[in-house]
Design a protein. Structure first.
Length: 334
């Protein structure tokens, strides 16, 4: 009798535990690590029955991982990946068409423009040049104001830039040069710039960190990282060179379209609560009315180069192969 009662009690405990177990979502992301926590906390407070398990890496690595897993997807949602990467993943059938609740409120320029939309922009992120003012003063080198300035002899060996094969920040700059200058002039510019490059990094934010620490004079990098470092007191200028800047969207997309929890995350990620969080870090967010200035973030809207994300996706493989064959010798070790 005692054993029967014990078994019944254990069974009830098991049922209670099962009933309150959280559903775990595997979320692939390229978000900067210092902003992932607040996003996760806010979502899980709104959906206490769902837990996020992050898989985080650079844009290029996450994109390659999703393509490699195409036949057996491991992710439920992609959140915080470049729109240009998601356009490619849509072409390959990795992400699924989905119309989240509230999508009509999003800026049309920051979402999938094609039929059967599959990805939606949370924010726009931008390139900039982080320039170490103190180092420049000691060397007698003025801050650059145009992309052409970075080709001057005094910058030789003093510039860092992200490797576009591993970094979305690097890729969107390469795409911006090719689309704004044309292929021939774009590659010619990069050939000249290569002569002044000290290192290609595998992180989009690292060149700005290197500039802030005086490891390089100038880093082609993320505006977000530059703004944060300057706010923290780093001796840098965050410069938008004449000729325009590369940009992309940190976006969300559904991989597991059989999961109600995954759809709930996509819905939440484009809503007002999420956009208010994005606006703390980015001056341009999916719901345009919630966009606001960010401390030390440059006025990017006037410098945005019109970019064709579908073209970026179509030409991504060939452009990265061409870039690697020409310039990979200066990339940092992985």
């Amino acid at each position: 009798m005692k054993m029967t009662k014990l078994a019944a009690l254990l069974g009830m405990m098991t049922l209670a535990t099962t009933a309150h177990a959280k559903e775990v979502l595997t979320v692939y992301t390229a978000f900067e690590t210092d902003i992932m926590g607040p996003y996760q906390q806010a979502f899980e407070q709104a959906h206490p029955d769902i837990e996020i398990k992050w898989v985080r890496d650079s844009t290029g690595v996450i994109t390659a991982k999703l393509l490699a897993e195409k036949a057996r997807p491991q992710a439920d949602v992609v959140w915080g990946l470049a729109g240009s990467s998601l356009a490619l993943l849509k072409q390959e059938g990795v992400i699924k068409p989905y119309l989240p609740a509230g999508a009509e409120a999003l800026d049309p320029g920051l979402r999938d423009p094609q039929a059967n939309p599959a990805w939606y922009g949370n924010d726009a992120f931008f390139n900039a040049v982080c320039f170490n003012e103190a180092m420049g003063k000691s060397l007698g080198i003025p801050a650059p104001t145009s992309w052409e300035d970075l080709l001057k002899p005094e910058f030789k060996g003093k510039i860092a830039m992200p490797n576009p094969a591993s970094s979305g920040t690097g890729f969107m700059m390469v795409a911006a040069w090719l689309q704004s200058l044309g292929d021939d002039k774009g590659w010619a510019y990069m050939e000249k710039l290569h002569g002044n490059i000290a290192q290609y990094t595998h992180s989009g934010s690292k060149p700005c960190v290197q500039a802030a620490q005086g490891e390089v004079l100038a880093g082609i990098s993320m505006s977000l990282r530059g703004a944060k470092l300057k706010t923290q007191g780093a001796p840098i200028s965050v410069i938008l060179p004449k000729g325009g800047i590369g940009w992309d969207t940190e976006s969300v997309a559904l991989v597991n379209d059989q999961s109600a929890a995954a759809k709930a995350l996509v819905d939440w990620s484009i809503g007002e609560s999420a956009n208010r969080l994005y606006s703390q870090n980015y001056p341009v967010v999916g719901i345009a009315a919630l966009s606001k200035p960010v401390p030390n973030y440059p006025d990017v809207k006037q410098a945005m180069i019109p970019l064709d994300f579908a073209k970026m996706a179509r030409e991504r493989g060939q452009n990265l192969a061409d870039w690697s064959s020409r310039f990979d010798g200066k990339s940092e070790a992985q």
